[in-house]
Every structure is written in structure tokens, then in C-alpha cells.
Ligand binder design. Structure first.
Ligand SMILES: NC(=O)c1ccc[n+]([C@@H]2O[C@H](COP(=O)([O-])OP(=O)(O)OC[C@H]3O[C@@H](n4cnc5c(N)ncnc54)[C@H](OP(=O)(O)O)[C@@H]3O)[C@@H](O)[C@H]2O)c1
Length: 341
């Protein structure tokens, strides 16, 4: 194994905040060459192999970020999920060659206390990039918040994205009777049905969402896993069955779209149907990560799960473009930038 550490390496920094309801653009990022510091006692040097890319990173680039995690700082790194290999260790907790996960941001090398790195099993998945995904959120939302189970009719909005592409499969494997997904293009709709095993899917641009849902779920929906908000939430309230459970995970139409995220709640309908509306924000507790990882590894090994992943090549400078393409709807599933194969 190559354990050479260069004196300098590149990282992606936040050059400017995304202001107001603006969109992230190339000028918000800086590819900076920085010194790789010598590790202090108790620290390790990690060569990063894969960088995660998520829609929420744009929110974290805003000065008034509403998410319950610290936003990115100007001059600090962008990003928040990476997998890499320990190449120098001054800690007994980690050895050279260990595969680790961290959340320090997009960089070629990262140095820090061993406790900032979580050791991973290199043999659990076909690739170490499989560790970078939205599964803890999707699994927690489906299993614990929506409590999806046998016989449920389920609707997932944003179904071809990082969270949604996993959420629909989780619902099916937990016994849902019918899983319906929405996405933003014909290609994604075909992908949901042909590859991910959704029973039905529709493009949310094709007329009123409430009409599409009534056609596809004539007896109503029991579970709604919402990544989008806006019109899709409003439609789901109308088509919900009595006592339907709503796991409210994201508001992409407002986060990425132009202000469409804030839906109107038809309160009388929600009241008379006894809807259970549960917004949630996960902090990916060790228990949530473990619950997901065990199921994910098992389902993959049994050939019952497709891992929807887009791997972007091109080195670290490809990471900002990968995020911009994700926001524009050009990627599907969980997106990683691979720094080495
Ligand atoms: N609650 C939590 O704890 C938690 C944790 C993680 C993530 N989240 C949230 O979960 C949601 C999904 O996250 P993700 O990382 O999986 O994102 P993602 O779905 O991969 O986001 C990218 C997708 O957003 C869709 N999109 C763009 N503009 C849209 C619009 N105007 N209306 C509807 N969809 C639009 C595009 O898909 P189409 O081409 O299909 O439009 C695009 O491919 C986000 O809201 C995120 O913040 C919540």
C-alpha cells in the first residue's frame, strides 16, 4: 500500500455564501492547495477515496442555513461525508491501512484525532463507496417514523434521489403492497419501475399531482415519505387514507426549486382523516447507522436490493460540478466523487 503523504494537497473550500434563494454556482467554490499537517500524538492522516455529494450541501452554503448542523464557513471545506484509508497513524485506535469514514469535508487528505474517524469493514460491501449513502435517513424514516409494513400503499416523492431511491425499496422489503414514486423526468420514472422495483411512478411535471396519485392509488395511500413538500405534499393529504402516516423528510421543491417548498396544509382534511404528520431530522445516531447497515448489507448479499449510485470521476475538482449537476436533476441515486478506483 502506498503510504506516501505529499506536503500539500487539494481541498474544496467555500469561497462565498449562496445568498437569499440563489443557486450554488462555480464561483461559490475554491479548489485550494493547502499543507498537509504533521499528525500530533493521537491523530491520523487519511487519504480520502470517495466524497459524498448531497442536495443539502447547498443549504449548508447559505449564511442563514435552517439545518440543525453547522453550516459551511467561508475558507472552510465544503462537504460532509467521506471514506478513506489511514496512511499514517499516531493513535493506537487506528492502524495504517484501516478503512474509515469521516465528515470533515471534500479534500484529498485529512488529518485529525482518531476519534473523528469511524473504522469500517472493508469486506462488507462490494466497494468502500457503498458506505456513502442516505440509508440511515431512509431507513429511519420508513421503519421508525412511518412504520411501514405489510399491505401498505406507499408514496415516495423525490423517489430517484439519494434518500428516495432507497426509501421505496425499504418499503417494498418491509411488505408494502404498492410503492409509488415521483421524479422529474421520463428516464427517472422508467428507472424507478424497471430498476428499483417501484410498482408505479410518475413525472411530477405531467399535470396535477393529485390526479396522478388518484389514478395510481384509487384506494388511498397509507404512508407518504416526503422529500419534496409543495404540491406533492398537498396532493398526498387529499389522497391519504384515514390514519395515514406521513414521514416528512425534506422540502426539495423549496430547497432547490424556487420557493415551492412551503405547502398549505388542508387542516380539516388532516383532522378528519386523523393523519399522522411527522417531520423528522436525523442526526445519524450509531443505532440508526447500524440498523441500516445491517439491513443494507443483508439485502445486497441476498440480491434483493439495488444500490442506486452515481460515481463521478475526475478527481477532487469534479466535486463542485457533481453537486451542481445533482441540484439540476442530472444525477440519480446516491452520488459520490471517486478520487481513486
Ligand atoms: N430529515 C432528515 O434527517 C434528512 C436527512 C438527509 C436528507 N434530508 C432531506 O431529504 C431530501 C432528499 O435528499 P437527497 O440527498 O436524497 O436529495 P436528492 O433527492 O438526491 O436531491 C436531488 C434531486 O432533487 C430533485 N429536485 C430538484 N428540484 C426539484 C423540485 N423543484 N421539486 C422536486 N424535486 C426536485 C431532483 O430530482 P428530480 O429530477 O426527480 O426532480 C434532483 O435529482 C432533501 O430535502 C434533504 O434535505 C433530510
Amino acid at each position: 500500500m502506498d503510504t506516501h503523504v505529499p506536503s500539500k494537497a487539494r481541498e474544496i473550500q467555500l469561497a462565498a455564501h449562496v445568498e437569499g434563494s440563489g443557486r450554488a454556482a462555480p464561483e461559490h467554490f475554491l479548489v485550494a492547495e493547502v499543507e498537509v499537517p504533521e499528525p500530533a500524538p493521537g491523530e491520523v492522516v487519511v487519504r480520502l477515496d470517495h466524497l459524498f455529494v448531497a442536495a443539502a450541501y447547498q443549504d449548508l452554503m447559505r449564511p442563514d442555513c435552517p439545518l440543525p448542523v453547522p453550516p459551511f464557513q467561508i475558507g472552510g471545506r465544503v462537504g460532509g461525508g467521506e471514506v478513506g484509508t489511514v496512511v499514517v497513524s499516531r493513535s493506537e485506535a487506528l492502524a495504517v491501512g484501516d478503512l474509515v469514514q469521516t465528515a470533515g469535508g471534500w479534500a484529498e487528505y485529512t488529518v485529525g484525532p482518531a476519534e473523528h474517524f469511524h473504522r469500517l469493514d472493508r469486506d462488507l460491501f462490494p466497494s468502500s463507496a457503498h458506505y456513502l449513502n442516505q440509508g440511515p435517513t431512509a431507513y429511519y424514516g420508513m421503519a421508525d417514523i412511518a412504520r411501514v409494513g405489510e399491505g401498505d400503499v406507499v408514496f415516495v416523492s423525490g423517489a430517484a434521489g439519494g434518500v428516495g431511491s432507497l426509501a421505496g425499496q425499504i418499503a417494498r422489503l418491509r411488505g408494502a403492497k404498492k410503492v409509488i414514486g415521483s421524479a422529474g423526468s421520463k428516464e427517472k420514472v422508467a428507472y424507478l419501475v424497471d430498476t428499483l422495483g417501484y410498482d408505479a411512478a410518475f413525472d411530477y411535471h405531467d399535470g396535477p399531482v393529485v390526479d396522478r396519485l388518484r389514478e395510481l392509488a384509487p384506494d388511498g395511500i397509507d404512508v407518504f415519505f416526503d422529500n419534496v413538500g409543495g404540491e406533492q405534499f398537498e396532493a398526498a393529504v387529499q389522497v391519504a387514507s384515514p390514519h395515514a402516516r406521513f414521514a416528512l423528510c425534506g422540502a426539495l421543491s423549496g430547497q432547490i426549486g424556487q420557493g415551492g417548498g412551503a405547502p398549505r396544509l388542508d387542516l380539516m382534511t388532516a383532522i378528519t382523516k386523523h393523519l399522522e404528520l411527522r417531520p423528522f431530522a436525523t442526526y445519524h445516531t450509531p443505532e440508526q447507522i447500524q440498523a441500516w447497515t445491517e439491513h443494507f448489507a443483508g439485502w445486497l448479499a441476498e440480491g434483493r436490493f439495488v444500490f442506486p449510485q452515481t460515481v463521478v470521476e475526475g478527481g477532487i475538482e469534479a466535486a463542485p460540478k457533481a453537486l451542481l449537476a445533482l441540484l439540476d436533476g442530472h444525477h440519480r441515486g446516491n452520488v459520490v466523487v471517486s478520487l481513486r478506483s
